[in-house]
Every structure is written in C-alpha cells, then in structure tokens.
Design a protein around this ligand. Structure first.
Ligand SMILES: NC(=O)c1ccc[n+]([C@@H]2O[C@H](COP(=O)([O-])OP(=O)(O)OC[C@H]3O[C@@H](n4cnc5c(N)ncnc54)[C@H](OP(=O)(O)O)[C@@H]3O)[C@@H](O)[C@H]2O)c1
Length: 319
C-alpha cells in the first residue's frame, strides 16, 4: 500500500499502512505528535525546564542523554533531613541556651540574622517560646523524615537533578534561620524570655495538635507506598510503581504532599498565625507540592487506564 503523509502542527508525519489499513498503532503515533508541540519538543530550554521541575517517577524518560550527567539518586533525599537534624539541632541548643541561661546567641548567628532581617534584630533580643516550639517541631519532622528515608521507604533507581539536590541541602538551613528571623520581625508580647511556660497560649496547642495529626497521616501514606513494593512477609518484590489504595489515597493521588502542606500550616499557627514570613513559606510549599502532585497525578492517569476517576491530585475534593 502507498505511504500516507499527514500534516500535524507543521510537522509531516509519514505512515505506512499495513494490510489492515490504518491501525491503532498509527493512531497512537498521531496522538503522540499532536500532543507534543514540535517547537517545544526541539527546544533545549524546554527539556532543561522539565528536568528541573520533575523528579523521580515523573521525570521524562525521553529526555536528552546529556541531561543524565546531572542526575543524583533520589534516595539521597535522606541527606536533606540529616543536614536538617544537625543544623536545626544546633539552633535549638543555642536558642535554649539563650532562653534558659540568658546568654546571647553567638556573634556569627546574630550577625547573620541581623543581615537577613535588614538590621531589625538586636544582639540582646531573646528567643520566644513560639520560636523554640517551631524549632522543636521542625527538628522532629526532619528526624522522622530521615528515619523514613532510611528505614521505611523503598526507593527505586529514580533520580533528581543536581540543582534540586543542592537546593534541598540548603532548604532546611534557610528554614531554620527563617524561624529566628520571623521571631525577630514579629516579637512576642507574652512575657520575659526566661519563662518559656508562661508564654504558652492556645494557638501553640492547636499548632502542635495539627502537626501531630498531619505527621501521623504522612507517615501512614509513606508506609502504604513502601508496602506496594513488598510481599506479605516484608520481602522486596518489585521496584515498579503501582496504584496506591487506602486511607487518604482514596481521595487524592498524593496525600503525603497534602499532609506536608498541613504540617507547614501547623508551624505557622504555632508561630502565632500572624507571622507573614511563615505564611510565605506555606505559600511556597503549597505551590511546590501542588506542582509535584499534579505531575504525579498525570503520571498515574497516563500509566494506569483504570485509575480511579474520583481522585484529585493534591487537595481532597478540590484540586
Ligand atoms: N517541603 C518540601 O519542599 C518537599 C519537597 C519534596 C518532598 N517533600 C516531602 O517528602 C516526602 C517524600 O516526597 P517524594 O516526592 O519523594 O514522594 P514520592 O515520590 O511519592 O516517593 C516516596 C516513596 O514512595 C515510593 N513511591 C512513590 N510512588 C510509588 C508508587 N506508585 N508505587 C510504589 N512506590 C512508590 C518512592 O520510590 P521512588 O524511588 O520510585 O520514587 C519513594 O520511596 C513527601 O512527604 C513530601 O511531602 C517535601
């Protein structure tokens, strides 16, 4: 049979019909071409951008091989949390020393905070109960995530970009400093820094409760994902990706990302709920996790034909 040429968005696609005429395979090729704008497909910037926003299972398999030079194993997520446990542990120790013994923060830390707050923080300023509590919650979160990365999650050979890796290493360092900066920019009126307990208010309890509830759910989600790769007696059976079921997975594709958002909301509440700096952090986590959830949702929908229709990507029943 004669070859058929079809014009798809300025691209000429040649199809060689078989004895059965145009088959499903031909339609699949046409669909692929029509979905991917040729300009974008050719653009190097497009691939680099995709490589920087995607990681793990949502990374495009058809990316140019030169980009693989920047690949770092996704299981190195554990490094982020190890850095966080050490750095935020140090900041807690310094804050407690300031609160309990009345000693000023070290000069290098005071100078860094003064620089980051454009001089708003004075060397003599103490650390509030809210800030110490947020530091402890952040440290607990990092320790749990480190433990999950090492002992719970079953990683495949998925990768992240080296830029994402370096960003992740710096993220929790910046976050620890943000706690102290937000404290300096929104000083407490609750009493002297030496009486931590007298500063405690209802919003601290509300924040801690939400933190515990969201952390518990996130942990359950990560266990569900790990169990997808294990047999009945806990042995490894596959490193592939399957459809998760149970709990919050029935309503969203990425409940652990939603739980992450709730954890940051809880930190903001613990911070008196009025610190603009913390709400900006929450906004960042919202967009970051919403994007990751949407890419993951698209991955599930394209990979599994019977993927549950009612599931949203990120926020139950909404998004
Ligand atoms: N605050 C932030 O900015 C931020 C940024 C990123 C992540 N996080 C948090 O870190 C946690 C982990 O994030 P993540 O992006 O690594 O989550 P993820 O992609 O869902 O991966 C979590 C674990 O589950 C495995 N997995 C994922 N989907 C699977 C499936 N369908 N079948 C079997 N196994 C599957 C992964 O293995 P693979 O090795 O195959 O991927 C990995 O071991 C989340 O709670 C997230 O909220 C926070």
């Amino acid at each position: 049979m004669a070859e058929v040429s079809v014009q798809v968005e300025s691209e000429e696609v040649c199809l060689q019909p078989t004895s059965e005429g145009i088959t499903c395979e031909h339609l699949r090729i046409l669909k692929r071409f029509s979905r991917c704008p040729p300009e974008a497909a050719r653009s190097h910037a497009f691939h680099v951008f995709q490589d920087l926003i995607r990681y793990g299972k949502t990374k495009n398999l058809q990316r140019p091989s030169v980009l693989c030079v920047f690949d770092v194993p996704k299981r190195w997520f554990s490094h982020f949390y190890a850095v966080s446990v050490l750095w935020n542990g140090l900041l807690i120790a310094l804050s407690l020393r300031s609160v309990v013994l009345g000693q000023e923060l070290p000069v290098w830390l005071n100078e860094t905070l003064r620089f980051l707050t454009a001089g708003s923080r004075s060397a003599a300023q103490g650390v509030s109960a809210s800030a110490v509590l947020v530091q402890v919650l952040l440290w607990t979160h990092s320790l749990r995530r480190l433990w999950e990365c090492v002992w719970v999650s079953v990683f495949s050979d998925g990768v992240i970009h080296a830029v994402q890796y370096v960003f992740g290493l710096g993220y929790y360092v910046i976050l620890g400093l943000t706690v102290l900066c937000a404290d300096a920019l929104h000083p407490q009126t609750g009493g002297p820094a030496s009486s931590l307990l007298s500063q405690l208010r209802w919003f601290h309890a509300a924040g801690v409760l939400l933190f515990l509830w969201a952390s518990l759910h996130q942990h359950r989600c990560l266990r569900v994902l790990a169990q997808l790769r294990m047999g009945n007696s806990g042995e490894l059976v596959t490193l592939g990706h399957k459809v998760p079921h149970g709990g919050w997975f029935e309503v969203v594709s990425c409940p652990h990302y939603f739980a992450e958002l709730l954890i940051y909301v809880s930190l903001s509440i613990t911070c008196r709920g009025g610190a603009l700096t913390w709400w900006l952090v929450v906004l960042y986590v919202f967009f970051n996790q919403a994007l990751a959830a949407q890419l993951c949702h698209e991955f599930y929908c394209s990979r599994f034909q019977s993927y549950p229709q009612q599931r949203k990507a990120f926020v139950p029943f909404l998004l």
